[in-house]
Ligand binder design. Structure first.
Ligand SMILES: *Cc1c(COP(=O)(O)O)cnc(C)c1O
Length: 855
């Protein structure tokens, strides 16, 4: 029978157990083993059955057991300690509060927007790396005491659960999530009614949402939910699924996230007295409309669009997460236009002004598209990529937005991602980490690796059995699963989403070769694979099918497995149990990648293409670099062949021998040494704590300072100045350059006296900086590693309005060296000299005459 209505009956806890409710509500339990142990001891069987979810556990404990616990002195003592510890964690001083000199300059609050958050398997609101990173960012911020407010959407079906059909085709399931059964509380007005956020849609419709709050340690996470009775059917479905639906659906989700998200933050601050955010951080472009909402808030009597834009930009940080076009939202301009302006959202803003923010004004850009990443860059005064390499790739990719500047000068910096150790390190490794790792006995370290591998083998068998049952196999056919994987065989893991650039099936390139590796008589390799394809990506599903069919082959099925439904719960078992973590994306498309970091924190060695974070931190002590054929003029097919061959070679000749090379005591000493170095030297770099501290110091603090400096008056001044500079720029020019040392050779240690004559048109020396730029020159006379040296104005304008600038140029490097001069707009409130995309350089003729380049 099917129920016509469902309710959730919340448990009533006996008074002495009252603290359990708060411990269950605060997601700190998800990275605090002692709190989890406490919940387990409430009812170990039910704990496992609930998927280790305290809210579901408490919903199912029989009243008799609760009564028993409320008289259990030992349990009550542990409960009291856990509750006290949480209160201390939530209220005590932490790193952020201890930034003695800097604290006043740090933002009082930062709003962090993301379309997905992976906090715990018990709150499945993520699809992959972007969401897990957002979750780790909030947790690390909480541990550091950084005052973040997370903002996202509550998807009633989350992403999807994956299973396989009999013929290995991905099946998607969308279980309904009832917020009342999740670790969430509804944000309510003082009178008890649910707080409501509303957006105006075209045609007089409205999109309304409730706000659910998850508590992530110290950090509140606000999730907007459009499935409310006040909405019409269509609007109720806006937050149905993560990354589902067509482009209008997507646009509405992003309007709700960005615009509704700011309104939710305002409501939250009003109701709780939380300080208003001074910095808004948008995790990828999806939440970019938050900037428009804040501009709209400011416009009215005393500020126009340009002024409000300056004020908003100052406090906005934008992080780009991918160079892959499919990861960047682009909407039809007409669609965007229909949803804004009079009769729709943000009525005080001119639709033309909005559309200009998302325009792809660069060669190859499409005139009829509205690009969310481009808007993110225009609305944020500070932007970053997520690894050093990805920073460089992003500067290159978006260079067209700053015409006249070399990619190196594009104002996009980078903060390399990190992962939250307490979430991702196995308890057994954490216990070891409490001792000094450098001194841990090699035998103990190896024993630990075997324990973790053994746990993974059990987990794999359990999951594989369930998967085969789901694919229609009978119990009697599945006896072979008891012998799948071997706790003493070198174990390689490969798990990730399945977009084509990650190349799930690269390992299948030469099946015979792979089979030899798997079945090697002395040095076998076993492989665990997992990953979800986007529901609309049939190409990805075909890759999964191809791989699963290979793993179904009775000759190899004990050595290679595909586990359906990759998610946080599986990941937490998978990373610690693998000896080697494999990553073979098409370089440089993996912006950072974080799964390898999680493996490393557990002593796993990485075997990866030099992309993302591995390009930055690879050392032979930490694993192996798969040589790539990028850059060479090879077609994709050939490139896959070359890189797959390199992968097989490494596995066969380097990785497996090192794993199986045992000393007299039976231990693989060199392998263990690599594990030790990975734990002690790589581990500290890959932490989310390090990442969040960098965000605070390099992005949030400067953004907060800029936000405070740019009140409406200063923002108006800056906007007016920019308009004046833009208008005057066509008449700004470098007229003449001379240097006191002539000829084309110069000696180390000498100084050149530069004298430059410029036209500033209507501008004055206060509006510009005239610079000499020096550095090495490559064979095309291109200056690399440029260092700007400001020149000083001397005297007033001549009769034709020209001005002279002078300055010394030290020749402090040998070899080919060059300089040029240029004029940039300059203002104390600019975040970066390239911000306006305006620059004046000598004409070719002027440069030639002055011998600007010396070889
Ligand atoms: C860490 C993680 C990811 C991201 O891994 P990448 O290496 O960035 O592909 C995806 N899904 C889950 C469940 C994760 O834990």
């Amino acid at each position: 029978m099917k129920a016509i209505r469902r309710f959730t009956v919340r448990p009533v806890l006996p008074d002495p157990l009252g603290d359990l409710a708060e411990l269950a509500r605060n997601l700190r339990w998800s990275w605090h083993p002692r709190t989890r142990d406490l919940f387990r001891s409430v009812d170990p069987g039910l704990w496992e059955a609930s998927g280790c979810d305290p809210v579901r556990l408490l919903g199912g404990v029989p009243a008799a057991r609760l009564a028993e616990l409320s008289r259990d002195e030992a349990f009550l003592r542990r409960l009291g300690e856990a509750a006290d510890e949480l209160r201390e964690y939530v209220t005590g001083e932490r790193w952020y509060q201890q930034q003695a000199q800097g604290y006043a300059h740090l933002p009082r609050a930062v709003a962090y927007f993301s379309p997905e958050f992976g906090i715990t398997a018990a709150l499945p609101q993520y699809s992959g790396g972007l969401g897990i990173l957002a979750g780790d960012h909030l947790k690390a911020a909480s541990d550091l005491g950084a005052p973040l407010i997370g903002v996202g959407l509550l998807y009633r079906h989350g992403y999807f659960r994956q299973s396989l059909s009999c013929d290995a085709w991905q099946q998607e399931h969308y279980p309904v999530l009832d917020p009342n059964e999740l670790p969430l509380t509804l944000l309510r007005e003082a009178d008890g009614t649910p707080a409501l956020v509303a957006l105006a849609l075209p045609g007089g419709r409205a999109l309304r949402a409730h706000v659910w709050q998850a508590q992530v340690g110290r950090v509140p996470l606000l999730l907007l939910d459009s499935d409310v009775e006040e909405n019409d059917r269509g609007e109720r479905d806006v937050t149905d699924r993560l990354y589902g639906g067509g482009s209008e659906h997507r646009l509405l989700q992003e309007m709700l996230l960005g615009i509704g998200g700011v309104r939710a933050v305002r409501t939250y601050c009003r109701l709780t007295g939380h300080p208003e955010p001074e910095v808004f951080h948008t995790n990828e472009g999806h939440a970019g409309f938050l900037g428009l909402e804040r501009i709209h808030e400011l416009t009215g009597a005393d500020a126009g669009f340009d002024t409000a834009l300056e004020a908003v930009r100052a406090g906005t940080v934008f992080t780009t997460h991918t160079p892959v076009p499919a990861g960047i939202d682009r909407f039809d301009r007409e669609l965007v236009a229909r949803h804004f302006g009079p009769g729709a959202e943000l009525p005080r803003l001119d639709v033309g002004d909005i559309l200009r923010l998302g325009m792809e004004t660069y060669p190859g850009g499409e005139a009829n598209l509205f690009n969310m990443a481009v808007m993110g860059l225009r609305l944020g005064s500070r932007a970053n990529g997520v690894s050093t390499l990805h920073g460089a790739v992003s500067r290159e990719m978006f260079a067209g937005l700053w015409p006249g500047f070399d990619p190196e000068e594009v104002p996009i910096t980078s903060v390399t991602n990190g992962v939250h150790a307490p979430t991702w390190v196995a308890p057994e490794v954490q216990a070891l980490g409490a001792r000094d790792l450098a001194g841990v006995d090699a035998g103990d370290l190896w024993e630990l690796r075997r324990t973790l591998r053994g746990q993974l083998v059990d987990e794999v068998r359990r999951r594989l059995y369930a998967s085969w049952r789901q694919r229609g196999a009978a119990t009697a056919e599945l006896g072979w699963i008891d012998d799948v994987l071997d706790p003493d065989v070198l174990t390689v893991g490969f798990a990730r989403r399945v977009p084509s650039y990650k190349r799930l099936t690269l390992m299948l390139r030469d099946r015979d070769r792979l089979m030899e590796l798997l079945l090697h008589p002395e040095r076998p390799v076993q492989i665990v694979v997992a990953g979800k394809a986007h529901p609309a990506d049939d190409g990805g599903k075909r890759l999964i099918q191809e791989l699963v069919r290979f793993t179904d082959d009775p000759r190899v099925r004990h050595r290679i497995v595909f586990l359906p439904d990759y998610g946080m719960a599986m990941a937490q078992k998978l990373y610690p149990g693998c000896d080697v973590w494999l990553n073979n994306p098409l370089r440089p498309l993996e912006a950072c990648g974080t799964s390898g970091m999680k493996a490393a924190l557990n002593g796993g060695l990485n075997l990866s293409v030099l992309d993302g974070w591995w390009d930055e931190w690879f050392e032979p002590d930490f694993g192996w670099a798969i040589p790539t054929a990028d850059g060479a003029a090879t077609d994709d097919d050939r490139r896959d062949d070359l890189e797959a061959a390199a992968l097989y070679d490494l596995l066969e000749r380097r990785v497996a021998p090192r794993f199986y090379d045992r000393g007299p005591d039976g231990l693989p000493d060199r392998w263990i040494e690599m594990v030790r170095r990975t734990l002690t030297r790589l581990g500290p770099k890959v932490l989310a704590d390090r990442m969040v501290r960098e965000y605070v110091e390099e992005l949030y603090a400067p953004a907060a300072r800029a936000h405070r400096a740019l009140d409406v008056t200063a923002a108006g001044e800056l906007a007016a100045w920019k308009a004046r500079v833009r208008a005057a720029w066509p008449r700004v020019a470098v007229d003449h350059v001379e240097a006191s040392a002539t000829g084309t050779t110069a000696e180390l240690g000498a100084t050149l006296a530069l004298r430059v004559r410029v036209h500033l048109g209507e501008l004055t020396p206060d509006d510009v900086e005239v610079q000499a730029v020096t550095g090495r020159v490559d064979p095309e006379d291109h200056i690399t590693g440029a260092t700007p040296v400001p020149l000083k104005p001397v005297g007033g304008p001549d009769q034709e309005g020209r001005r002279v600038y002078e300055g010394p140029l030290a020749l402090d490097r040998t070899g080919s060296f060059g300089y040029t001069v240029r004029i940039l707009p300059a203002h104390r409130l600019l975040a970066d000299g390239a911000e306006l995309g305006l620059v004046a350089v000598p004409s070719e003729a002027t440069g030639e005459a002055a011998g600007l380049l010396m070889r």
